[in-house]
Design a binder for this molecule. Structure first.
Ligand SMILES: *Cc1c(COP(=O)(O)O)cnc(C)c1O
Length: 229
């Protein structure tokens, strides 16, 4: 077994254990392998171990890997901050986008995606940590943005994404994740039909799964520590 396949197994075991503790079925939770800074051969290794969904933060780096690994038929998620001038490339090449926090960017994504493709799967990023985070829409503005994004023709709004402030405090992490879940539930009571909670990373995936995550974004625990950029 390679290190990457062993790490994938260990990560899935953590997800399964947390799911059991929460009385959930582990099959409800998608593991997204976050591969920023990781070179293509190591993604190939993860794919050989059965990993299908990969997350990238930087457009140029992501496009290069999508090209290099096109033979594998992988699913690509853009999870970085989104700039309007990068919207076209993201809409054309990725399957999912997690960081929508402005209508203008969502409109550009929808336009660039076009009607001839399957819709781009989308999550709205919510700032659940208040002052501590600079990305994401304020929770009290999420409903308005969600309604607008749900109305765009070539996006399919799937749910919410959050990155809480880094913390060793497990109880705080759970409160942040619970807040995202409660917001998703409130939007669903307005009829939005959101099935995705994109939350939890290498250090806090258990807390996220306990609070209802349906997709965890895990880099370090699969590929090892990243070199400092
Ligand atoms: C880098 C990154 C991750 C993965 O973080 P790890 O701590 O390496 O698991 C998850 N989500 C986003 C948005 C990231 O930028």
């Amino acid at each position: 077994m390679t290190t990457i396949s062993a790490n994938l197994q260990a990560t899935k075991s953590r997800i399964a254990a947390a799911a059991r503790q929460a009385g959930r079925n582990e099959t409800e939770i998608t593991l997204l392998a976050v591969s920023k800074t990781v070179p293509p051969p190591r993604l190939r290794e993860a794919a050989a171990a059965g990993q299908r969904a990969f997350g990238e933060n930087y457009v140029q780096e992501g496009l290069a890997k999508i090209g290099a690994l096109a033979d594998l038929g992988l699913e690509w998620h853009f999870i970085g901050p989104l700039q309007s001038n990068k919207a076209r490339a993201v809409a054309e090449h990725f399957d999912w986008v997690h960081g929508i926090d402005r209508l203008k960017v969502a409109e550009r994504l929808s336009l660039a995606r076009g009607a001839d493709r399957t819709p781009l799967q989308a999550c709205i990023q919510v700032n659940i940590s208040g002052e501590a985070s600079k990305h994401g829409i304020r929770p009290d503005e999420a409903a308005g943005l969600a309604e607008a994004v749900a109305g765009l023709p070539n996006l399919r709004l799937r749910g919410l994404m959050a990155i809480p402030e880094p913390s060793e405090d497990s109880a705080l992490a759970r409160r942040r994740f619970a807040a995202l879940r409660e917001l998703r539930d409130a939007l669903n009571r307005q009829g939005l039909g959101l099935d995705t909670l994109s939350m939890g990373m290498s250090h806090d995936l258990e807390e996220a799964v306990l609070e209802g995550a349906t997709l965890v974004r895990v880099g370090t625990a699969i590929f090892g520590e990243r070199a400092q950029a």
